[in-house]
Design a protein around this ligand. Structure first.
Ligand SMILES: Cc1cc2nc3c(=O)[nH]c(=O)nc-3n(C[C@H](O)[C@H](O)[C@H](O)COP(=O)(O)OP(=O)(O)OC[C@H]3O[C@@H](n4cnc5c(N)ncnc54)[C@H](O)[C@@H]3O)c2cc1C
Length: 258
């Protein structure tokens, strides 16, 4: 298998990490035991010593209409999916204009914005073990249990790209931190907001080295320059500890820490 050296301080959206060897998958295989498949690292915080990492080669990119279905390869980037849908006048994917990732990562995280999420139009997912129907996959808010490499997926087609929705998602991004981050760090606990909880325990703006809980949105862990994995983890541990002590709520990571 081809190997690629990836500098995670450049590749990951939060710009933290070191240079690591990653296996590039060019043909369908099952995920080797105890290893991790990554996408474009928009939802990852990678240490200097993660489990063996793999990513999909370009051969798994691509998007096509097949009758009334949309077939997308798991290495396809969200921006490509959005522009295809705009061109073909397909609705339900407008948020992908503002949500970075690849289809594999989007499905694994059940990523979305507001009431739109990738599982809504999903019909089935292709893995090395075969095709899984949506109904067979346990999934929920920012979660899908697949436990294998996602190679592609099929979606139902709803005609009508919604430009007003796209603009709404655009506006939602105005008041988000501009520094490198991995998006929201913690999942919102039922009936509450992780950002509100972090702010309530006095951690908004708190720094550890060059990592900080953003002044703009407390649930965004931002890299102010040269943050290290240890800087970021100090903040994560402190937020979990204080929120648990003061509110009895154990915050759950949305960002995958490797
Ligand atoms: C500025 C910013 C804003 C964001 N806003 C949002 C938002 O509003 N809503 C939201 O839901 N997310 C948001 N995110 C998070 C991120 O965009 C999504 O989680 C996205 O789906 C990550 O895709 P990725 O390809 O980068 O996956 P990665 O970050 O590389 O991986 C994420 C997870 O997916 C798994 N995975 C990746 N590829 C595959 C595959 N082929 N098969 C099986 N598993 C795979 C990985 O193992 C990992 O567990 C934001 C991120 C940033 C940086």
């Amino acid at each position: 298998m081809r190997r690629r050296l990836i500098d995670f301080s450049r590749y990951s959206s939060i710009k933290i990490g070191s240079v690591l060897e990653v296996g590039v998958i060019e043909e369908k295989i099952a995920l080797p035991k105890d290893s991790i498949i990554i996408g474009s690292a928009n939802n990852l915080l990678v240490s200097d010593n993660p489990p063996p990492l793999f990513l999909l080669g370009k051969v798994f990119g691509g998007i096509m209409i097949d009758g009334e279905r949309l077939k997308i390869g798991a290495a396809t980037k969200s921006a490509q999916i959005d522009s295809f849908c705009r061109r073909e006048n397909i609705g339900g994917f407008e948020y992908l204009s503002k949500l970075p990732g690849t289809l594999g990562g989007l499905i694994a995280m059940n990523a979305g914005m507001k009431e739109d999420e990738i599982f809504n139009p999903l019909l089935e997912v292709e893995t090395a073990k075969g095709t899984l129907k949506k109904e067979e996959i346990p999934h929920g808010y920012r979660y899908a249990q697949i436990d294998d490499i996602i190679y592609g997926a099929t979606f139902e087609i709803k005609r009508g790209y919604d430009y007003a929705k796209r603009e709404m998602f655009d506006k939602m991004r105005y008041n988000q931190p501009k520094q490198p981050s991995a998006g929201s760090f913690f999942k919102n606990p039922p009936g509450d907001f992780a950002g509100r909880l972090i702010e309530s325990v006095g951690l908004k703006g708190m720094r550890s080295g060059d990592a900080a809980w953003s002044e703009v949105h407390a649930n965004f862990l931002v890299n102010l320059g040269n943050a290290s994995f240890a800087d970021a983890m100090n903040l994560v541990k402190e937020a979990k500890r204080r929120v648990f002590e003061e509110h009895g709520i154990m915050l759950e990571n949305e960002v995958q820490v490797l």
